[in-house]
Ligand binder design. Structure first.
Ligand code: OGA
Ligand code: NI
Length: 386
């Protein structure tokens, strides 16, 4: 069933390519004209949207903060938080160890080269379509939770402090995620623990980290660091680069460039919370642009439901006037039907944003898949089925 054990063609390490000093990027990275960052509707980088930013919320500001989070989740699907409880020193160290990792010789990084079966490790592409147009970035992907998937021996051993720093960083960010989940539950009029329970509780929920490295690019107008996508999981807690911006969030027909506040995290709603909230909270499309003179590093921490739990709109948010918009489905199932391979947190990249809104039509596919694997709801069940 899992045909895609390896990459369909030799992997191009974008950082090595950028460091080779080329002045024109290979055709494989050139986006069709309508997808390029300079086309109309991409004016957030200093044009007419230059002053607009996603909401910045002080989490220490009591009930005012709670209301602002609610509004941001409904209106933007994105917000930044300051006063979030994670020490700035730890944030700085987390960025620093990953920068050091990417600065090492290619041979060192290649020891962690990943494959499309689990995506864990050092990678440079998402999806296995031969001849696909590629994004201008490399990454490192690792699991933090649940504990059965956390294997620190797969994390880089150099720099020597990386494992320890990332272990502590993960614990703190998971804590922050729990806090935000509580605020969101309350804002939706649900009991405080509702979303955490729907995710399977503290022990069972999923958490993984993708560290993105966007090398500087000689022709930034022709390509993207990350193509437009929504995050398929629960919520993403992003630590952006402290020197270079690049993340753009869709707002109608425009792309708004996020201006990171100092020591802030950028949080966005993923597809699973959109489903649980019956689309009151939005999982919004976003992308990354690159620039001609600076590398950029970001740490995207994905906070997800346990992957084999059924996720469906909360009963309290379904009524005659507002019927359920989604078919009950596990995170694994969603990824399976949206991607051509199990790609944790990456399937939306493969098939595009509209997928979540089309899931209702996949009911038949799901019924068929479930019959085939005897009603088991874990994606891993499909691996051994004929
Ligand atoms: C992601 C993502 C944004 C960034 O990793 O899913 O959207 O700024 N990253 O790197
Ligand atoms: Ni994303």
């Amino acid at each position: 069933m899992m045909e895609c054990q390896s990459w369909p063609e030799p992997v191009i390490r974008v950082q090595a390519l950028a460091e080779s000093g080329l002045t024109r990027i290979p055709d494989r990275f050139i986006k069709p004209e309508s997808h390029r960052p300079t086309t109309r509707g991409s004016v957030g980088g200093g044009g007419i949207n230059g002053d607009i930013n996603i909401p910045v919320i002080d989490l220490g500001a009591g009930s005012g903060a709670v209301e602002r989070v609610a509004e941001a989740c409904r209106e933007w699907g994105f917000f930044q938080v300051v006063n979030h409880g994670v020490r700035p020193e730890l944030m700085r160290k987390a960025r620093e160890v990953w920068r050091e990792f990417f600065e090492q010789p290619l041979g060192v990084k290649e020891e962690y080269a990943n494959s499309p079966t689990t995506y864990e490790g050092y990678g440079s592409r998402l999806g296995v379509k031969k001849g696909a147009i590629l994004d201008w970035s490399d990454y490192f992907f690792l699991h933090y939770k649940p504990s059965c998937l956390k294997d620190t021996s797969k994390w880089p051993s150099l720099p020597s402090s990386l494992r320890e720093v990332i272990d502590e960083y993960g614990a703190e960010v998971v804590k922050l995620g729990g806090r935000v989940l509580k605020i969101m539950s309350r804002n939706l009029g649900l009991e405080d623990e509702f979303l955490l329970k729907a995710f399977g509780g503290e022990e069972e929920l999923g958490a993984c980290l993708r560290v993105n490295f966007y090398p500087s690019c000689p022709q930034p107008d022709l390509t993207l660091g990350l193509s437009p996508h929504s995050d398929p999981g629960g919520m993403t807690i992003l630590l952006p680069d402290d020197h270079v911006s690049g993340l753009q969030v869709r707002r109608g027909n425009d792309w708004i460039t996020v201006k990171p506040a100092s020591d802030a995290f950028i949080i966005n709603i993923g597809d699973q919370i959109q489903v649980l909230s019956n689309a009151i909270y939005k999982s919004i499309e976003h992308r990354v642009i690159v620039n001609s003179n600076k590398d950029r590093v970001s740490l995207a921490f994905f906070y997800n439901p346990r992957s084999d739990l059924l996720i469906e709109p909360a009963k309290e948010l379904v009524s005659e006037e507002r019927p359920s918009l989604y078919t009950p489905m596990t995170f694994d199932e969603l990824r399976y039907i949206m991607g051509d391979v199990v790609a944790p947190n990456q399937c939306s990249f493969v098939h595009g944003r509209q997928s979540l809104d089309n899931v209702v039509i996949f009911q038949e596919v799901i019924n068929y898949m479930r019959r085939k694997v005897g009603g088991k709801r874990s994606i891993y069940a499909y691996e051994d089925s004929p």
